[in-house]
Write a protein that binds this ligand. Sequence first.
Ligand SMILES: NC(=O)c1ccc[n+]([C@@H]2O[C@H](COP(=O)([O-])OP(=O)(O)OC[C@H]3O[C@@H](n4cnc5c(N)ncnc54)[C@H](O)[C@@H]3O)[C@@H](O)[C@H]2O)c1
Ligand SMILES: [Zn+2]
Length: 379
Amino acid sequence: MTPPISAWERMVHVNLGSRSYDIVINEGGTSQAGPLLAAWLKLDTAQGLRVLLVSDAAVFHVHGASVQRSLEAAGAEVRAAIVPSGEQTKSYVQTQALYDHLVDMTADRKTLIVAVGGGVTGDLAGFVAATYARGLRFVQVPTTLLSMVDSSVGGKTGINHPRGKNLIGAFHQPLGVIIELATLKTLPDREYRSGLAEVVKYGVILDEAFFAFLEQNIAGLNSRDPEVLRHVIARSCELKADVVQQDEYETTGLRAILNYGHTFGHAFETLAGYGALLHGEAVSIGMICASRLAESLGRINPNDTRRQRDLLSALNLPVCVPSDLLDRHEDIVRCMMLDKKTEARELRFVLPTRIGHVEIVRGVSPDIALQCLVSAGQH
Ligand SMILES: NC(=O)c1ccc[n+]([C@@H]2O[C@H](COP(=O)([O-])OP(=O)(O)OC[C@H]3O[C@@H](n4cnc5c(N)ncnc54)[C@H](O)[C@@H]3O)[C@@H](O)[C@H]2O)c1
Ligand SMILES: [Zn+2]
């Protein structure tokens, strides 16, 4: 008999009317995907349920297979589709390959897609779920810290166009999200820290007490202490869910606050060249630049920038603009203008006024923005 969902220790409810769902954090070492799925579908067993499990090549053998076993043990019939690891997988080619799997298995509306992996796997599998047969049910089992606290919350799915990231996509909320904390044990160090940058971001934009919790738990964060992680992941999901609940389709502008550090960050990520800066590393530097910009506009106390810089440094994240990017003023401004957060060719930034609160500031001159590049590196 399936245990009631309340038996799972930590849960975040994402309240979106008929599209509401739960994010469950499972701390045990064995996958709970099978019993959870049965509980969500209100079935005693998953007998007869057909699942397309999508996982990336690096994740499938370490974690995807155990999710598959858990689903099969609950009675589901599972077909595994393994996609290559890496951002290039968010492509038409891989989308087509997953549609082919669904056609081969004569999928219908009752077929379920389960994504096991990071944001790449989740975005691709979610997009296929959103579009095949006008929408299939979809469950995410995120295995990177970034996907646990960011990409699996909020319903954005999509793939890249050869000329732009995430240009093809759809909003499609999952049936549920299953976070298996044990999967983080195998995540490479840089990927883990990159996810921590988004966690710090939530503290700066929305929750001073959470930011202070991070400052007080640096050792636990660096050692991936499960107790600390459980709280950090749950609180991050709650904070993002709260924003998404108020602006599900990005129409009121509130959701834009999640882009703190990202206008500068995207420029650095793009210009540094492939793989030189991970997304979270670029966002870490971008947050310091944005906070320095807020300082130069007289909007924030320098001590609040120092707190962010100290915390990010203690988490081994970069806080200085790489020296080879410092002089590329025109390129940086061009990238920031291209960023989808800019409107009518004016620079727009999410800037903090104190830890726990940000505002959207329009019409910042490129010169003032560029002055923060160097000063962001000064301690
Ligand atoms: N949908 C959204 O709202 C949203 C939000 C933020 C980011 N994103 C997207 O997310 C993507 C980035 O996600 P990501 O950082 O998770 O990258 P990713 O999915 O590429 O994973 C990073 C790397 O870690 C490996 N990996 C994943 N889990 C592992 C584990 N437990 N153990 C060992 N290796 C593991 C993967 O194979 C990959 O090489 C981008 O495409 C971005 O656009 C989407
Ligand atoms: Zn981000």
